[in-house]
Design a protein around this ligand. Structure first.
Ligand SMILES: Cc1ncc(COP(=O)(O)O)c(C=O)c1O
Length: 390
């Protein structure tokens, strides 16, 4: 279970330049990922894009097995797309929404998802029910269970919210969805590569994620997993000549597998790089990565809690590697700038409109320091010293 931290850092050239605590934004790529991407771009520039793709077919196709392993799914259940939002959209907008349909979701849902809910509410008269949080700040599973009725078409949940610090009880929600016979869409954008994911254990029907965050792949990559018995029940919101075949002048056939959610044109180098990142993640081992993230996040939270004037804003019983805080007398943007001057990357993250506790306290933006396994205790302590110094 122990990690070779020296190796993790040696294969991550960015660690020589910055203490990177913006892994929830976009993580540092490893040298092999970078190499795979640049090698393919070089090949494209030398012999042509289609010719390069022909030569790299095995490396491109490798992606499906690698992504499937990351979520304990099957390769034909995986679609490569450009980011987590598009992955989520391809599933969400595949429902033929009707007036009165109900979506049950949580208050900690990602903001793009919230916008999509409002759009289908306006366009189709879909009812969006934000289930209350429990006393810890996670989705209240009892309230969710009570809210399920015959109009419920979908349960949707963000597993690790972008800036709440919490981990939602994804598997408990899965049990409720399964018992009710309702499909369940999990936004796992921050959780794949962060903690072990097993779609059967969670009980979700669809899962979306991105490449550049905890998986440590290139930007502009992501994937959707759809359980095989649901693939053909979901008609993608748009189709092209990869998602479907033009079979007669007036006819077409949608792909029977998850490729129906893909685009003809895609970032080939990115897909190859994402496969390399996914393979490395599996080699290191998710239980070890998760244990390390947890230990570093605990050190960071404990350290921040001991600094005068610092308020932690994370909710939830089970906490993620995303640590959010503010310091009295300085805005989150100012804290981020002071840390950047010291060579430490964090982000300044807008509070959710549903976090009334923060908005009532006048906290619109928080500092988000998101740890990954390759971070060190020394980096955490340096961050704490800079925060304390201001
Ligand atoms: C929970 C969550 N879902 C979805 C997204 C969107 O991911 P992407 O930018 O890859 O579309 C993010 C990005 O921060 C996120 O944190």
């Amino acid at each position: 279970m122990t990690l070779d931290i020296a190796r993790l850092r040696a294969e991550t050239p960015g660690t020589l330049e910055v203490a990177h605590f913006n892994n929830a934004g976009s993580s540092l790529m490893t040298a092999p990922v970078l190499q795979a991407v640049t090698d393919h771009l070089t090949l494209e520039s030398r012999i042509g894009g289609y010719e390069a793709a022909g030569l790299a077919k095995a490396a491109i196709d490798r992606f499906y097995a690698a992504a499937a392993r990351a979520v304990a799914g099957k390769p034909h259940e995986i679609a490569f797309v450009e980011n987590a939002t598009r992955a989520w959209d391809m599933a969400f907008y595949a429902f033929d929404w009707k007036p009165g349909d109900r979506v049950l979701t949580a208050r900690s849902e990602y903001n793009s998802n919230m916008i999509a809910y409002r759009q289908v509410a306006r366009r189709f008269g879909v009812d969006i029910l934000l289930i209350d949080n429990d006393e810890s700040g996670a989705i209240d599973t009892r309230a969710l269970e009570n809210a399920v009725d015959e109009r419920t078409r979908l349960i949707a949940l963000t597993h690790i919210p972008t800036n709440d610090g919490l981990i939602n009880p994804a598997a408990a929600v899965g049990r409720i969805a399964r018992a009710a016979g309702v499909p369940y869409l999990l936004d796992a954008c921050q959780s794949v590569g962060h903690l072990p994911i097993d779609v059967a254990e969670i009980g979700c029907t669809m899962l979306s994620t991105t490449g550049r965050k905890y998986i440590r792949g290139p930007r502009g990559t992501g994937f959707l997993w759809v359980r095989e018995d649901w693939v053909e029940r979901l008609e993608p919101p748009f189709l092209d000549n990869r998602a479907a075949s033009w079979t007669a002048v007036e006819d077409y056939r949608i792909q029977p597998d998850a490729r129906r959610f893909e685009n003809w044109e895609f970032n080939v180098a990115g897909k190859i790089g994402l496969a390399v990142a996914l393979d490395r993640m599996a080699d290191i081992g998710m239980p070890a990565i998760w244990a390390r993230i947890r230990a570093l996040a605990t050190r960071l939270r404990d350290g921040l809690a001991a600094i005068d004037g610092v308020s932690l804003h994370d909710t939830g019983r089970e906490k993620s590697g995303l640590v959010t805080f503010t310091k009295a007398g300085e805005s989150a943007v100012e804290t981020r700038a002071r840390l950047a001057t010291a060579g430490i990357n964090v982000s300044a993250s807008k509070s959710q409109l549903t976090r009334h506790d923060l908005l009532d306290a006048g906290i619109d933006v928080m500092v988000r320091a998101s740890v990954h396994a390759y971070n060190t205790e020394e980096e955490v302590d340096r961050l704490l010293a800079v925060v304390a110094d201001g």
